[in-house]
Structures are given as structure tokens and as C-alpha cells.
Design a protein around this ligand. Structure first.
Ligand SMILES: [Zn+2]
Length: 157
């Protein structure tokens, strides 16, 4: 994960994720996305640019996803962490896209997992959010209904 210092010049649109105010991008915000890419390519390394491009491409190609910059306190500075989010159970959840398998049948595929450490790093209400995320109804195998190898709130077809 990487951080951004100045968001004001990129976008003013915000939403809430876990009660936190976050800067928000959907796939229609082409101008803001382009400004964000310019900012990241001028201020961060290649791996940060690669990660951001991956998240944006994923959002554009899959319904229900968006990109946020969430606040992160780091060494007394307010920074912003770009994260892919998915809308589920009336909230936006930070997710990571993972390759998983079914523990019962041979199904393999991709899922969005909300229980990754990156989703909670630097949160002021970390314990409450962790508890909230682990209470979510996780999805089962789309083939047989068996348990998947990780916690999913979205399963790719
Ligand atoms: Zn299965």
C-alpha cells in the first residue's frame, strides 16, 4: 500500500466507509481518475502506479466496486491510502482481490476479501471495524455451496 499527501487538487467528492469520511472515485469520474494518475506518477514509485492502475481497471470492469482514498495517520501526518472498495450490506468495504478455491469441490476463482490487514491499518476505530467486518455474511462456493478458502463478499463468475 502507498499514501498520498494532497488530495484536494484531485477530487472533492466524498462518501463514508465504516463511518469514516473518504474521498471517492467511481468509474464515471474520468477527469478525477486521470488527475489521480498524474499525481501518483509524479509523487510515487512504479509499484504504487501499478497497484493504482490495477484497482482502477478492476473497478471499471466489475459492477459494485469503487476506489477511495481513506485517511491514515502516519508519523503525526494525515495521509491518504488508495483502496479498492465494494458495496455490501449498506456500506463500502475495503477489499483485496484474491485467487481462492472451494474446500469441497474443484471450483477456483477470484473473490473480494474484506478481512485483510491493509483494510484496518491506521484506523482510529480499528477494533470496532474488525468486529463489524467479521460479522458480515461471507459467500460460499458458487458451484456447490461449500466453504471457500478465504472470506468473500463478492465472487467472480
Ligand atoms: Zn464448491
Amino acid at each position: 500500500m502507498f499514501q498520498i499527501e494532497e488530495v484536494n487538487s484531485i477530487t472533492e467528492r466524498f462518501e463514508y466507509s465504516g463511518g469514516q469520511k473518504v474521498f471517492f472515485f467511481d468509474k464515471n469520474m474520468k477527469e478525477e481518475i486521470s488527475k489521480a494518475k498524474d499525481y501518483i506518477s509524479n509523487h510515487s514509485g512504479k509499484s504504487a502506479m501499478h497497484l493504482f492502475d490495477y484497482q482502477i481497471d478492476f473497478m471499471i470492469n466489475h459492477d459494485g466496486f469503487a476506489e477511495i482514498f481513506r485517511p491514515l495517520s502516519w508519523r503525526q501526518k494525515d495521509m491518504w491510502m488508495p483502496c479498492l472498495v465494494f458495496y455490501y450490506q449498506d456500506d463500502w468495504y475495503v477489499v483485496s482481490i484474491q485467487n481462492v478455491y472451494c474446500r469441497e469441490c474443484r471450483w477456483k476463482g477470484i473473490i473480494a476479501c474484506p478481512t485483510v490487514a491493509d483494510a484496518f491499518d491506521g484506523l482510529k476505530n480499528k477494533q470496532e471495524r474488525v468486529h463489524n467486518v467479521y460479522e458480515l455474511p461471507f459467500l460460499d462456493c458458487p458451484e456447490c455451496g461449500g466453504k471457500l478458502s478465504s472470506n468473500a463478499i463478492w465472487v467472480g463468475q
